[in-house]
Design a protein around this ligand. Structure first.
Ligand code: BEZ
Ligand code: FE
Length: 308
């Protein structure tokens, strides 16, 4: 017998028990040349493993979770993005938004989640014109917005994309009663940094609940409503693209938005008009929204549209 042979060491990548698996996975991923990929994936694995340990995830729950993820993918198509909706409904979209705006999450910001209904190429529309392209019920709304830099100086030539649901609670692409691009328009700020347009006062609406996210909301006894709002995307090279939503100040769901999009900064001033409306064809109540958008210097870039 050869007594001089070195003692055999157990291979370090053989997993002995649940406690050992995390380090072996982290080691396997540690040679990725892309440093950011390494950082993100290592953290994801550490937190994912810690989560399973914390809740003592059962095999049935694991199977359910994988099926839930698969069904999110299957429920996603050209006109609906269940993945974005899931991220929204667990507050993740708002968290990422607030981490990346307001000087990387250190100051207040007027940014908010994009949501699943932004469309590229909404119709260029002159200041003062209407985005009501097919008849929808509801009080008239006259919006007057200013675009300024952090010092309060007006910014001209900002492209401002606006989109909203009808007072019936549906975006045009969800509703055969509305023409293509109804309640959508793209404006350009004038030399004083102003845009203005006419619309209808938005109403709150439920997010789609016929997929896995709806199932989750019902299981958690959560209502599916978003408070009434208008969406804005403000774009100009040299400034960080501002994506946001302005909420109607008297909406009953401001504090319980199903997708956690409301921050204090985003509650608009929707003043009920007194006296004659700014347009002769308005008979009935009308509202005026005034809002000031502050753009931070930074990179202008457009998100990938969640739907086509
Ligand atoms: C929206 O405001 O359009 C929206 C945002 C998140 C989920 C569903 C809808
Ligand atoms: Fe919306």
């Amino acid at each position: 017998m050869d007594t001089t042979a070195a003692p055999t060491r157990p291979p370090i990548h053989i997993i002995d028990d649940q406690a050992a698996v995390t380090d072996v996975v982290l080691d396997a991923m540690s040679r990725a040349p892309n440093a950011r990929l390494r950082e993100v994936m290592e953290s994801l694995v550490r937190h994912l493993h810690a989560f399973a340990r914390e809740v003592r995830l059962t095999e049935d729950e694991f199977e359910f979770g994988i099926d839930f993820l698969n069904r999110i993918g299957q429920a996603t198509n050209d006109s609906h993005n269940e993945g974005v909706l899931f991220s929204d409904a667990v507050g993740f979209s708002t968290l990422v938004c607030l981490l990346n705006n307001g000087q990387n999450g250190t100051t207040e910001t007027a940014a908010a989640l994009l949501g699943p209904f932004w469309r590229m190429n909404s119709p260029p529309t002159k200041n003062g014109a209407s985005i009501v392209r097919s008849q929808v019920p509801g009080p008239a709304l006259f919006a007057e917005c200013r675009l300024v830099d952090p010092d309060g100086k007006p910014i001209a030539d900002v492209e401002v994309d606006v989109w909203q649901a009808s007072p019936a609670g549906l975006y045009e692409n969800q509703d055969p009663e509305q023409v293509d691009m109804n309640l959508r328009g793209k404006f350009r700020s004038d030399a004083d940094g102003r845009i203005s347009f006419r619309s209808v006062k938005p109403a709150g609406y439920p997010v789609p609940t016929d997929g896995p996210v709806g199932e989750l909301l019902r299981a958690q006894q959560r209502h599916p409503y978003r408070p009434a709002h208008l969406h804005f995307l403000c774009f100009k090279p040299g400034y960080k693209t501002l994506i946001t939503q302005i909420f109607v100040d008297d909406d009953e769901h401001l504090e319980t938005d199903v997708v956690f999009g409301v921050t204090r900064h985003l509650i608009g001033d929707f003043a009920q008009g007194a006296g004659d409306a700014p347009a002769a064809d308005v008979n009935g109540p009308w509202y005026r929204l005034t809002y000031k958008f502050v753009l931070e210097p930074g990179e202008a870039k457009l998100p990938t549209p969640p739907i086509r």
